[in-house]
Design a protein around this ligand. Structure first.
Ligand SMILES: [Zn+2]
Length: 370
C-alpha cells in the first residue's frame, strides 16, 4: 500500500478574511455558483460579491440552501451549474451548504471553495460530502477527486457562532490524534485517501490534540465573550485544518466507529438523544481509549479536557441515562459492522465494545463527580 497525503489546496484564516476572498478564489475560476445558508449569506454575501467583482469573478447563480443534503438537490444544482457553465463553486455556511457545494463539485468536476461559518466539525477541508436520504439516514459519501481548492475561515464570523457548536468542533478534533495513531499502530489501516498514513499526517494530528489541551478552555471563554484572541485562533485552526487533515490523511477508527453505532438510537423515541456529531465523538474517543487499554493517566487527561470545556463524558451527558443493555449491545453490534473498527490495533467484538462503552461511562461519570 502506498502512503498518501491529501489536504486542501490553500487554507486562509483571519479576522475579516472574507473581505479578500476574491484575491484567492480568482485562481480557481471566474464563473461562480454560490450555495449558502440563509444566515451565512446575510452575514457574508455582500463581502463576497464585492471581492468577486474586484477580481473579475462573475456570480452566475446563487442558491440558498434549505433542508438536508440530498441526491435530488445535488442533481438539480448540478444541472444548473452545467447549463450556466459554472467553473467555480462556492459553499458558505454550516455543514449542509458545504456538503451540497462539494456534492455539486463532485459531479461537475469544478473547483470548490469552502467558507465554513462555524468550527463545529472537521469536514470543511476534506474531499468528502455526506448525502442523506429523505428519512435523514446517511445514504452515501461522495469523494471528490480533489480536496477543496480553497478553504477560507473568517474568525470574526466563527467567534459569533454558538458556543456549543464550537465546543462540539473540539470534540471532533479530540478524536483525531487517537484515531490517527491507532491506524498507524495497526499497520494495516488505510486513511480516507485509500493509502497508508504519513509522518506528516500523524504530526498534524498530534499538534491538533496538543493545541486543544493548551488552548481549548481559553478558546471557549473567548467564544463566550465573542473576542478573537490568539488562543481562539489556534483552536479554530485545530478544529478545521489540523483535525481535517489529521482525520482524512491519518485515518479514523474506534471513536467514529462508536458514533456509527450510536446512530441506531438517534431516532429512538425512548431517548432524548439529540447531540452534535463532535459531542458523540468525544465520548467515542473515551471508548476508544478503553478499548485500546490506555493508561489511566492518559484517559484522565482526556476526561479533564472534556470536563473543562463541557464535552460529554458519560451516557447521561449524551441524553442516554436510561439506556438499556439490550440497546447498548445493538450499538456495539452496529459499531463492529463498520470497517473502520478494524483500524484499531486490537481486535474488537460486540461483547468487548459493549463492555468498553460501560467502562467508559463509569470512568466518565465518576470523574465528572470529582
Ligand atoms: Zn468526525
Amino acid at each position: 500500500m502506498n502512503s498518501i497525503y491529501i489536504s486542501p489546496g490553500r487554507y486562509v484564516q483571519g479576522v475579516g478574511a472574507i473581505k479578500g476572498i476574491g484575491d484567492y478564489a480568482k485562481y480557481c475560476g471566474d464563473n461562480a455558483m454560490i450555495i449558502g445558508g440563509k444566515t451565512a449569506l446575510s452575514v457574508s454575501g455582500e463581502f463576497i460579491e464585492k471581492s468577486f467583482k474586484e477580481n473579475g469573478i462573475t456570480i452566475n447563480a446563487v442558491e440558498i440552501k434549505r433542508g438536508e443534503v440530498t441526491q435530488e438537490d445535488i442533481d438539480r444544482l448540478t444541472k444548473i451549474a452545467e447549463e450556466k457553465e459554472i467553473n467555480l463553486i462556492l459553499g458558505v455556511g454550516g455543514g449542509k451548504a458545504l456538503d451540497t457545494a462539494k456534492g455539486v463539485a463532485y459531479y461537475t468536476g469544478s473547483p470548490v471553495v469552502i467558507v465554513p461559518t462555524t468550527a463545529s466539525n472537521d469536514s470543511p477541508c476534506s474531499s468528502s460530502s455526506v448525502v442523506y436520504s429523505a428519512d435523514g439516514a446517511v445514504s452515501k459519501v461522495l469523494n471528490m477527486r480533489q480536496n477543496p481548492q480553497l478553504v477560507l475561515v473568517d474568525t470574526e464570523i466563527i467567534v459569533n457562532s454558538p458556543v456549543r457548536q464550537f465546543v462540539a468542533g473540539m470534540g471532533d478534533a479530540l478524536a483525531t490524534w487517537f484515531e490517527a495513531s491507532s491506524c498507524m499502530a495497526s499497520g494495516r489501516a488505510s486513511n480516507l485517501a485509500g493509502g497508508r498514513s504519513t509522518g506528516a499526517a500523524l504530526a498534524i494530528a498530534r499538534l491538533c490534540y496538543d493545541t486543544l489541551l493548551k488552548y481549548g478552555f481559553a478558546a471557549k471563554m473567548a467564544v463566550e465573550k465573542k473576542a478573537v484572541v490568539p488562543s481562539f485562533e489556534k483552536v479554530v485552526e485545530a478544529n478545521i485544518l489540523l483535525s481535517g487533515i489529521g482525520f482524512e490523511s491519518g485515518g479514523i477508527s474506534g471513536a467514529h466507529g462508536i458514533v456509527g453505532g450510536f446512530s441506531i438510537l438517534h431516532n429512538d423515541p425512548k431517548y432524548d438523544f439529540d447531540v452534535f456529531h463532535g459531542e458523540e465523538v468525544a465520548f467515542g474517543t473515551l471508548v476508544l481509549l478503553v478499548l485500546e487499554g490506555k493508561e489511566l493517566t492518559e484517559i484522565n487527561e482526556v476526561l479533564a479536557f472534556c470536563k473543562s470545556v463541557g464535552l460529554p463524558v458519560s451516557l447521561k451527558d449524551l441524553g442516554l441515562h436510561n439506556v438499556t443493555d439490550e440497546d447498548l449491545y445493538k450499538v456495539a453490534e452496529r459499531a463492529c459492522g463498520r470497517a473502520i473498527m478494524k483500524n484499531l490495533n486490537y481486535e474488537v467484538s460486540p461483547g468487548l465494545v459493549f463492555n468498553a462503552i460501560k467502562a467508559a461511562d463509569l470512568l466518565g461519570s465518576s470523574f465528572a463527580e470529582r
